[in-house]
Design a protein. Structure first.
Length: 113
């Protein structure tokens, strides 16, 4: 189970909203349970909720830990919302330990010889 007790089986928007609530200190519901992230409107820009560069880095790390999504930091700024972030990564099923499988690393091209 993730560090704060947030269930891994939340739908993608709720999972992102839960992470946003936790990182930004928005009321995240009781003990990070099923109502986690209920205080986050999924269509409001994250910057309007108080996200800035430092908290964007924290949110990026939290999402990677919880969902396996490895999004570029630029995806968190500007017009980004919980809904838009949830739509930018494929949902990965949890592994045997209950954690999402990490995103596959892209292979670098083999140099010509």
């Amino acid at each position: 189970m993730p560090r704060s007790g947030t269930p891994v089986h939340l739908d993608p928007i709720s999972a992102v909203a839960s992470c946003v609530a936790e990182v930004l200190g928005i009321d995240a519901g009781p003990d990070g349970g099923p109502d986690a992230g209920a205080g986050v409107d999924p269509d409001v820009r994250l910057t309007e909720l108080g996200l800035e560069s430092f908290t964007a880095v924290r949110l990026r790390r939290r999402l990677r830990e919880r969902t396996g999504a490895d999004l570029p930091i630029a995806d968190f700024l500007g017009e980004a919302s919980a809904r838009s972030l949830a739509g930018r990564h494929p949902r990965r099923p949890p592994n045997r330990a209950g954690r999402p499988e990490p995103a596959a690393r892209p292979r670098l091209p083999t140099p010509f010889r």
